[in-house]
Design a protein around this ligand. Structure first.
Ligand code: EPZ
Length: 423
């Protein structure tokens, strides 16, 4: 097992480049199953989650190569195996992203049911509802989700994907990836509007799909007969960028994230301003500078895009632990996404959790401690807290963070952190 040993009392200062978005890369790489010929996907982050998905694509008959320039080449060579194995899918639940493309293109799929994870049960009822509405016959067979499409193919229809939480990101990407080959017109009502869904839709259109309403909660898709491989560059990772900006807040630093999309981070930059951070926003850069006076408390509620992203909740809670006052953090997307709370308490934070709300009483500083990573974003929050805390912190089970952050200690050390990865 590896751990990170983090020196405390550091200010994060300087410039750091955003990597490609993990949550755009996963559905986009999966969607290459839909295309004839070769697709070249650029700006694909080097993450364990991405490697698992590429292994699944190989299992599904694709030639997958990571080129020297970092781009990933995907060519569908053999469409005879449409089973995504338990061994691989349980390593990364987002492998469910291959379901829509398989159903759309091959009219059959066998994908192991994704495991849950620490942030929640992670149901896929909306995925099934949408794909069934298009005509896929879904069943559960020994832990595998099995889908069969009648000989006539998928039929376009109206699909409502709104759930108790607003919409589903990968539910939308799965239904969208199937609908591009359906006969006739499909309208997806209450589609997710996250930038990662937009990035996928943009690529599908360039492959030859007909999609209207991209970026809105209503997507209209006209089925086509074939899609061709294209070159596509993944959008920058807004969550990684937001994580570094939260790091500037908690460590009283001054961080500029380069190669990012400020328009994807409006909720986060608005919140940083509310906390008193000085923001300078350029075309593809965001600078967050601590005001040298204590951070102000804020009330923060996670919502679907363009609301405040659940994937930044833990990182911003860590920063609010050292704000001057009382903040209220409410999690509306994953009500249990508070694995970071007991660990932050070990570092001297004053937090009171009631249901899906945490009241944060700001303290002057945190104190380093051995802590345990759990979900991807909670791990990032603990690393940031460790940089700011007095004394050293050890973050154990660090494989969680490698799933979603490319070389995080290298990037943070480039900003002045003192982090060592220890076997
Ligand atoms: C995507 O997960 C992201 N993952 C998550 O990021 C992110 O937290 C989440 O969207 C919300 O923004 C990827 O894109 C690979 P959802 P996804 O379906 O698509 C409920 C990270 O840290 N729901 O939008 O699985 C669900 O339980 C990860 O990078 C249903 O009830 O999320 C949740 O409460 C973590 N039924 C809410 O909807 C369904 O069929 C939003 O889930 C599907 C979801």
């Amino acid at each position: 097992m590896e751990k990170l040993v983090i020196e405390g009392g550091k200010r994060l200062q300087g410039r750091v480049a955003a990597s490609g978005s993990k949550n755009a890369a996963l559905p986009i790489l999966a969607a290459c199953l839909l295309a004839e010929g070769t697709s070249v996907i650029r700006n694909v982050p080097r993450l364990s989650d991405v490697e698992i998905l590429l292994a699944i694509l190989r299992e599904l008959g694709c030639r997958v190569e990571r080129r020297a320039d970092g781009a990933v080449e995907i060519e569908v060579k053999d469409e005879s195996n449409s089973t995504a194995s338990y061994e691989l899918v349980t390593k990364m639940r987002a492998s469910v992203c291959v379901l829509g493309p398989l159903i759309g293109r091959r009219r059959t799929a066998r994908v192991s049911m994704p495991g849950g994870c620490v942030i929640g049960v992670r149901p896929i009822d909306l995925h099934e509802k949408g794909l069934s509405a298009l005509g896929a016959r879904m069943s559960l067979d020994h832990g595998y989700l099995v889908a069969e499409v009648p000989p006539g193919g998928l039929q376009g229809t109206d699909v409502f994907l709104g759930g108790a939480f607003g919409s589903s990101v990968t539910g939308t990407t799965n239904v969208l990836a199937a609908a591009v080959y359906a006969n006739g017109t499909t309208v997806i009502e209450s589609a997710a509007c996250e930038p990662e869904v937009v990035d996928l839709a943009d690529m599908l259109v360039r492959m030859g799909a007909k999609i209207e309403g991209i970026g809105s909660p209503r997507l209209t898709i006209e089925g086509v007969k074939t899609l061709k491989g294209v070159e596509h560059t993944i959008i920058p990772d807004r969550i990684e960028a937001g994580t570094f900006l939260a790091g500037a807040a908690i460590t009283r630093g001054d961080v500029t994230v380069t190669g990012c999309r400020p328009d994807h981070l409006r909720a986060a930059t608005h919140t940083l301003r509310e906390m008193g951070m000085h923001l300078e926003i350029g075309k593809d850069t965001i600078r967050a500078k601590h005001p040298e006076t204590p951070l102000k408390p804020v009330d923060l509620t996670t919502l679907v895009y363009p609301g405040f992203p659940t994937d930044l909740q833990a990182q911003f809670m860590a920063a609010l632990c050292v704000a001057d006052g009382i903040s209220v953090v409410t999690e509306k997307i994953y009500p249990d996404r508070f694995m970071h709370v007991p660990e932050l308490l070990r570092m001297g934070a004053e937090l009171r959790k009631t249901g899906s709300t945490v009241v944060v009483h700001g303290v002057p500083h945190l104190v380093g401690a051995p802590v345990r990573a759990s979900d991807l974003r909670a791990s990032a929050a603990l690393i940031l807290a460790g940089c700011a805390a007095w004394g050293d912190t050890e973050v154990h089970e660090i494989h969680h963070v490698d799933r979603g952050y490319e070389r995080i200690e290298e990037k943070l050390n480039g900003l002045g952190a003192g982090i060592q990865r220890v076997k």
